[in-house]
Design a protein around this ligand. Sequence first.
Ligand code: SF4
Ligand code: SF4
Ligand code: ZN
Length: 132
Amino acid sequence: MNSKLIAPCGMNCGICIGHLRDKNKCLGCRGIDENKPDGCRKCIIKSCPILKENKMLFCSDKCEKFPCTRLKNLDKRYRTNYRMSMLENLENIKKTGIKKFVKSEQKRWKCPKCGELLCVHRDACLKCGEKR
Ligand code: SF4
Ligand code: SF4
Ligand SMILES: [Zn+2]
């Protein structure tokens, strides 16, 4: 896991099933499009012109619309389905800086049983099956 795997919306691509799977690994939102599912390749947040115009790394940097409806909807979906919040991530990045955030994520998503990274999209550790 590294800071390049943290998407502009606050998603940590390092814990996504698309990135953690063995075959056709997605290299994350900021990576090349190969193996990226359509939803992420055509993501309206990633391609938001405000991000580009202001050379922003994250939506929370200096967007006047932050958090916009698109981002709020994505956050709601993740809070409801996967017990994870992009907006909370962005808040923590703002508070502690990206390096500390990545470190805290490494700790947060480490399987207590085998030490492998857990996946946000799965209820159990991909390696040992321990429940999240
Ligand atoms: S599938 Fe989407 S969320 Fe998952 S790693 Fe790739 S870009 Fe990130
Ligand atoms: S929060 Fe701002 S920069 Fe991010 S997608 Fe919404 S409008 Fe674009
Ligand atoms: Zn495990």
